[in-house]
Design a binder for this molecule. Structure first.
Ligand code: TYD
Length: 209
């Protein structure tokens, strides 16, 4: 039986890491094998591409180059790690996936429809079973991140960029409500965890897990 592919999305400072731990705990308590991974990254090659993408010294990087490197990292990650894990029946929890490219590159960088098209090739059509979008206002998210230290290349972008990304996530969530669950990330950690667990329980019941 194929496992479950769960992705978690959101702007900077949305609290994704905490919720990933919560999701892992949920499945571990059920005695299921759960693995967590991230994009860009998750394999040796993809992590090397991640370093290029996030290097704040790479100021001359073209938007199309950026989009293609995210897609390249993803193509490797899907084939080398995500698909094999799902085929073993594991639960894969992934910090960011294609929705990040649509939000950041199609909307943030304003590259439009080609982003989804390129990513269709990168993923071979793989889609998450469920996606949690931790919805945080970009300004609040930024304030949270700036308390945590240095900005990477994407985080250094103007607030306008982050509002376009936010708008992208909103459109993704509206266009695919069956898969993408919007979670109000201004709520307490406990409330967010409970909401996510309710969705996960529903999904497990549907799949007989
Ligand atoms: P990361 O440190 O993982 O950020 P966060 O903690 O916010 O998840 O860095 C990933 C950065 O890359 C983040 O700013 C979002 C961006 N990104 C894209 O622009 N496109 C993509 O396809 C992905 C996966 C990430």
């Amino acid at each position: 039986m194929r496992g479950l592919f769960i992705t978690i999305e959101g702007g900077d400072g949305a609290g994704k890491s905490t919720q990933i731990r919560n999701i892992e705990g949920f499945f571990a308590r059920k005695g299921l094998v759960v693995v967590h991974t991230r994009e860009p990254g998750g394999t040796e090659i993809s992590e090397k591409l991640r370093d290029i993408l996030l290097d704040s010294g790479n100021t001359e990087m073209e938007d199309v180059t950026e989009m293609l490197i995210y897609a390249a990292a993803r193509a490797q990650h899907v084939r080398e790690f995500v698909m094999p894990s799902l085929e073993k029946g594991e639960i894969v929890v992934c910090d960011r996936f294609v929705d990040s490219s649509v939000a950041y590159q199609a909307y943030g960088r304003e590259l439009g429809d080609m982003v989804a098209e390129v990513n269709h090739h990168a993923t071979g059509g793989l889609k998450p079973d469920i996606t949690f979008w931790l919805d945080i206002d970009p300004k609040t998210g930024r304030e949270r991140v700036s308390k945590m230290g240095e900005f990477d290349r994407l985080e250094m972008e103007e607030l306008d960029f982050h509002y376009r990304v936010y708008d992208g996530y909103k459109k993704i969530a509206e266009s695919d409500p069956g898969r993408v669950k919007r979670i109000d990330a201004s709520k307490s950690i406990d409330e967010i965890s409970k909401e996510i667990e309710t969705y996960l329980q529903e999904l497990c019941s549907e799949r007989g897990l």
